[in-house]
Design a protein around this ligand. Structure first.
Ligand code: AMP
Length: 398
C-alpha cells in the first residue's frame, strides 16, 4: 500500500488546499531569515499551478497560543513566497471565516493564496472537528506537504482529511516517505544507524526499533556516557542519566545476547568545564579523569565509524556526536558529516534525521551532498521509531 500523491489526482480547475510547513525563522523586523522550508514547497506549488489548479496554502508559524499575534503573522511569508514564485501571492487575514471564504472565492486557476497562521485558533492543535470541517470547506483537493507536523494529529493535518477528499501527499512529503520509509522497511544492506545527542531518554524508542533491523548501531554524543557508567566505568562529570542506567545495561545485554553490533566510542574529547574555551584533551573512554567531562568523540572513534560506513549501503544519522554548537567540540560531528558525504559518493543512501543533525550538516555545508536531509525533527524520529504518523496515515492510499 502506498500513499497517493498529487500525481495521482485531477488538479485542473480545482482549488487545492495544501498544508505546508512555513514555520520559518524570522528577523526581529519580521522578515524571513531562512527560507529553506519555503523553497522546498515550490515543486508542489508549481505542479498544482501548471496543472491548472489554484493553490490555497495553510501553515502555522511559531507558538501564538491560540490567538492572533502580529509577530507570528504569515503576511511577510506571503511576500517572500511571491518573490520566489515571481507572481503575486494573495493573503487572507484569517484561515477560516469570512476573510478566508472571500479570498478563496476570488481564486482563479494558477492563483496562489496563503491563509493566516492556523495557530491563531486554539482549535487547530486541539484537532477540533468543527474547525477542521470549516477548513476543509475551502478546498476541493487536500495535499499535505508538511512532514514536520505529520506526527501531530491537528485539524490541518488529520482532522481536515475526514471532510476533504482526495487527500494526498505533496512532493516534499513523498520524498520523506520514500527515503525514511525505505530505510525502515526495506533498506539496502549493510544498514548502519548512527545515533547521538544529549540523552538516551529521547532516543530509546529509536534504539529499540532500529537495533534488530540494522547491521550495526553506532552510539555517540552525550548518551554514550550513560552506557559507559552502566558498564561500571568512570565517566567524570560527563552527562549521565542516572534513571536510565538500568535501561542502558539492559540494551547492552540484549545486543550481546542477540549478537547485535552496538558500537560505542573508544575515545573522547574531555573538557574541565562546559565552555568552548575550557581546557581539553583526548583520552580513551576508560581513562576519563575525575572532574572532566566528555564533550565530543575522539579521532580513534571517528576511524572506527569510518570503517563501518565504508561497508554500508544505507546510513541513517540522527543526533550530534558532541556539543557541536561549541567549535572546539564540533569536530566529531563534522567528521561524521564528511564521512556521510564520502559514503554518498560511493553509492550509499545517506539519510540525516531532522533537528540537530540537520543543523550540523547545514553548518558543515553538506546539505546537498547527502541523499536526504529530513525536514522534520520530531517527525523523522517518530518515523524511525516505527510509529504511525497521523498526518501520513490520514492520506489516501493506492
Ligand atoms: P538531542 O536533542 O537529544 O538530539 O541532543 C542534541 C544536543 O546534544 C546538542 O545540543 C548537543 O550539544 C548535545 N550533546 C551532544 N553530545 C553531548 C555531550 N557529550 N555532552 C553534553 N551534551 C551533548
Amino acid at each position: 500500500m502506498t500513499t497517493k500523491t498529487i500525481d495521482d489526482v485531477q488538479l485542473a480547475g480545482k482549488k487545492v488546499q495544501v498544508r505546508v510547513d512555513f514555520n520559518v525563522p524570522m528577523t526581529p523586523d519580521l522578515k524571513v531569515s531562512d527560507d529553506k522550508r519555503i523553497v522546498e514547497s515550490l515543486p508542489t506549488i508549481t505542479k498544482i499551478r501548471s496543472a491548472g489548479g489554484a493553490v490555497i496554502l495553510m501553515s502555522h508559524l511559531g507558538r501564538p497560543k491560540g490567538k492572533p499575534t502580529p509577530e507570528f503573522s504569515l503576511r511577510p511569508v506571503a511576500q517572500h513566497l511571491g518573490t520566489l514564485l515571481k507572481t503575486e501571492v494573495k493573503f487572507a487575514e484569517d484561515c477560516v471565516g469570512k476573510a478566508a471564504r472571500a479570498a478563496v472565492d476570488a481564486l482563479k486557476p494558477g492563483d496562489v493564496l496563503l491563509l493566516e497562521n492556523l495557530r491563531f485558533h486554539a482549535e487547530e492543535e486541539k484537532n477540533d472537528e468543527a474547525f477542521a470541517r470549516e477548513l476543509a470547506s475551502l478546498g476541493q483537493v487536500y495535499v499535505n506537504d508538511a512532514f514536520g507536523t505529520a506526527h501531530r494529529a491537528h485539524a490541518s493535518t488529520e482532522g481536515v482529511t475526514r471532510f476533504l477528499k482526495p487527500a494526498v501527499a505533496g512532493y516534499l512529503m513523498r520524498k520523506e516517505i520514500d527515503y525514511l520509509g525505505r530505510a525502515v522497511a526495506d533498506p539496502v544492506r549493510p544498514y548502519i544507524a548512527i545515533l547521538g545527542g544529549a540523552k538516551i531518554s529521547g532516543k530509546i524508542d529509536v534504539i529499540q526499533n532500529l537495533m534488530p533491523k540494522v547491521d550495526a548501531l553506532v552510539i555517540g554524543g552525550g548518551m554514550a556516557f550513560t552506557f559507559f557508567q552502566a558498564q561500571g566505568m568512570e565517566v567524570g562529570d560527563s552527562l549521565v542519566e542516572q534513571e536510565k542506567l538500568a535501561l542502558a545495561k539492559h540494551l547492552l545485554e540484549e545486543a550481546k545476547a542477540k549478537r547485535m553490533r552496538l558500537i560505542l566510542p573508544v575515545d573522547c574529547v574531555v573538557a574541565d568545564r562546559f565552555e568552548n574555551d575550557a581546557q581539553r584533551k583526548v583520552v580513551p573512554v576508560t581513562k576519563i579523569p575525575s572532574g572532566w567531562r566528555g564533550l565530543d568523540i575522539g579521532p580513534e572513534t571517528v576511524k572506527i565509524i569510518n570503517m563501518e560506513l565504508r561497508k554500508a549501503k544505507t546510513i541513517v544519522w540522527n543526533g550530534p556526536m558532541g556539543v557541536f554548537e561549541m567549535s572546539n567540540f564540533a569536530n566529531g560531528t563534522m567528521e561524521v558529516a564528511k564521512l556521510l558525504v564520502e559514503a554518498t559518493h560511493s553509492g550509499a543512501t545517506t539519510i540525516v534525521g531532522g533537528g540537530d543533525s540537520a543543523a550540523a550538516i547545514a553548518q558543515a555545508g553538506y546539505e546537498k551532498a547527502v541523499s536526504h536531509v529530513s525536514t522534520g525533527g520530531g517527525a523523522s524520529l517518530e518515523f524511525l521509531e516505527g510509529k504511525t504518523l497521523p498526518g501520513l496515515a490520514a492520506l489516501d492510499t493506492k
